[in-house]
Design a protein around this ligand. Sequence first.
Ligand code: ADP
Ligand code: MG
Length: 354
Amino acid sequence: LKKVTTLPKAQYGGRHAVTMLPGGGIGPELMSYVKEVFKYGGVPVDFEIIQIDPTSESNEDLEYAITSIRRNGVGIKGNIETRSLDTGVISRNVAIRNQLDLFVNVVHCKSYPGVTGQHKNVDIVIVRQNTEGEYAMLEHESTPGVVESMKVITTQNSERVARYAFEYARKNNRKKVTTVHKANIMKLSDGLFLETSRNVAKDYPEIQHNDMIIDNCCMQLVSNPHQFEVMIMPNLYGAIVSNVICGLIGGAGLLSGRNFGDYYAVFEPGTRNTGTAIAGKNIANPIAMLNASIDMLYYLGLKSHADVITLAINKTLNEDLVHTPDLKGTASSLDVVQTIIKHVQNLSVNCKKK
Ligand code: ADP
Ligand code: MG
């Protein structure tokens, strides 16, 4: 198998096949908006939709979903809730990432000028280790009342993540990478993560590298997020920090997250929420999942389609100011989607005229 950049994606009759895992909560409605926008944008993508029953004791759906992503090479997903605290029932989300070896998660946290957040003009790329660390799922009760949980950090995965971040910085003309850690306390595990990123940094002399302890990092993010360009961190810190930054610039409904391995890619909303409480109320913000679908289109090389939908979203959020309640607006999910579709149609007509 070659690396993902060269691996051909499933394509039948000129159309791309992508696995769609709607997940629970607001997942299915957000996916219906993606399909609707794609229809009006004439996007040549067919979805293979797989529902994973969260209450199921068997992992049959999960295995089927993973096989489908292996076949298509690309997936888009909502969050699959794991309600059980039974150690025999593992998180399906984690299982998908681990089995496909999606070792890196990338969340580009960029402010929308039309959306008021705690800070303006934030533009930070979070590069998170996605398959180990505190998510190793190696927990046991050694004696009643005493639980041990293993955090796993490896040189190999730390290096892949650091290299991804520095390559990203180089390609996207970013000048600074910050490694986030708690190596003052977790000297061996976070120490290895930090040391590895310092070693990788040596191969990128034109990029400034610094490091920051996770607690100080949270304080710095809230008070001065503009000091950050690209950030590298282990799994759990990445989960927390990406939610902090999303919160700073407009909440859980806006940004997307990309999961990459050497062979597969899976796209999803950046904060990975299920949104059970707001499901079926026509108030969920469709933007995060639409952004995930745009990331997917760029990944598939469908740049002109991705550009049109990006422009339509920018017009909707920054010019029309059609915002759902999470952005302190009064628009419904469908109002937002219809406004986006209107722009997609106009932009597509203008493209054809040219
Ligand atoms: P989790 O799945 O981690 O339990 P929740 O589903 O409770 O998280 O989501 C966290 C918060 O983010 C909730 O207040 C939820 O309403 C909000 N949220 C998540 N996604 C969206 C969205 N697309 N639009 C609006 N609010 C959202
Ligand atoms: Mg929830």
